[in-house]
Design a protein around this ligand. Structure first.
Ligand code: FE
Length: 347
């Protein structure tokens, strides 16, 4: 009895030492990110300034992050994940790499079609920006009317003109998965076969490389995410201005299914050690200020519709009809699409 009483002050002192230590442990957030844009740095700095939570970042592409999460399992240090493709977000959820989040802030700020399905205990991922998969063409050799639908890109009238990055890249897999919802499997495979027949060269490089190849005359038509085009449109470099001067841009399928959209989004990792900080970070990304940075910094549209930062390139692209295929459907179609790509020889 006596010894416990004598030990009490020491215990209190120990607790006082331990409390800040436990707090210090909470003030780090491990972020696995597939986004690599300079403006995102400012975003993370602002979060640290506002909350005292430091961000430790691991950079990789979507596939690399998913593979890493799987191999690390419950030992993974990851708290928050940022990916740049809707179907990959969906796939990670299906594979059990995320956990549900119930947040009034996120549920009210992020539209339901840009979130994972709420299974009763919240969504498992949240979109923070959107991008369009659009078409650019050589103004001097291609008529706009010949390329204003995705379907027409496979038409024999466009033989020898098309350039794209790899068919298996997530941006293309998502577009093709959405097309399968519109056309059905047989017509989709025929369409993919037509795309391959229309290629000016085998797929190589990223979207920006395709745009530049249209400007140089190597290709007549290319498929690109909107922000790569917007980046060139906003560039002060004479060589970029020359590229933009030679190309036309189309938001496809305005008279039918709408232009295919993709998203960049985030989630809390299944085995997050800093769950509260992770949710706080996602809520921060949904704030007006962060939405402006996150989307505008990469010339994307913010997920929060009320936030519309001034962006001359996006204003020039204008308003347009967007596609509404559920992300889960796009994700589920991708296995079949990949098999079709193998059959038709779309590298
Ligand atoms: Fe990209």
């Amino acid at each position: 009895m006596r010894s416990i009483r004598r030990a009490l002050p020491a215990l209190v002192a120990l607790a006082a030492v331990l409390a800040p230590a436990a707090h210090a442990q909470e003030s780090v957030l491990n972020l696995y990110s597939a986004r690599h844009y300079q403006t995102d740095e400012a975003l993370y700095d602002n979060f640290t300034k506002a909350t005292g939570i430091k961000i430790r970042r691991v950079d990789a592409d979507d596939a690399g992050i998913l593979a890493r999460l799987k191999s690390e399992g419950s030992a993974s240090p990851a708290d928050v994940i940022l990916l740049v493709d809707a179907a990959r977000l969906w796939r990670a959820e299906v594979d059990g790499l995320f956990q549900p989040v119930r947040s009034k802030t996120l549920d009210s700020r992020i539209p339901a079609q840009l979130r994972g399905k709420d299974g009763g205990d919240g969504s498992q991922w949240f979109g923070f920006s959107t991008r369009a998969r659009m078409v650019v063409y050589a103004k001097d050799s291609v008529a706009r009317d010949d390329v204003d639908t995705y379907e027409e890109l496979a038409d024999p009238k466009n033989r020898g003109k098309l350039c794209t990055r790899s068919g298996s890249h997530p941006y293309n897999l998502s577009l093709f998965g959405a097309m399968m919802e519109h056309l059905g499997p047989q017509k989709t495979e025929d369409w993919l076969k037509g795309l391959v027949a229309n290629m000016a060269r085998p797929p190589k490089g990223g979207d920006t490389d395709q745009i530049k190849a249209v400007a140089s005359g190597e290709c007549g038509i290319a498929i690109t995410n909107s922000y790569y085009l917007a980046r060139l449109m906003r560039s002060d470099k004479p060589e970029d201005k020359a590229v933009v001067a030679r190309i036309g841009a189309v938001m496809p399928n305005q008279a039918s299914t709408g232009t295919h959209m993709n998203i960049a989004g985030g989630a809390v990792a299944r085995h997050a050690k800093n769950r509260d900080a992770a949710i706080r970070f996602l809520e921060y990304l949904a704030s007006d200020a962060a939405q402006g940075y996150f989307a505008n910094g990469n010339n994307e549209w913010p997920a929060v519709a009320a936030v519309r930062p001034a962006n001359p390139a996006l204003e020039q692209l204008g308003k347009f009809k967007t596609e509404t295929v559920p992300i889960s459907v796009i994700g589920m179609n991708q296995v079949k699409v990949q098999q079709m790509l193998d059959r038709v020889g779309y590298k």
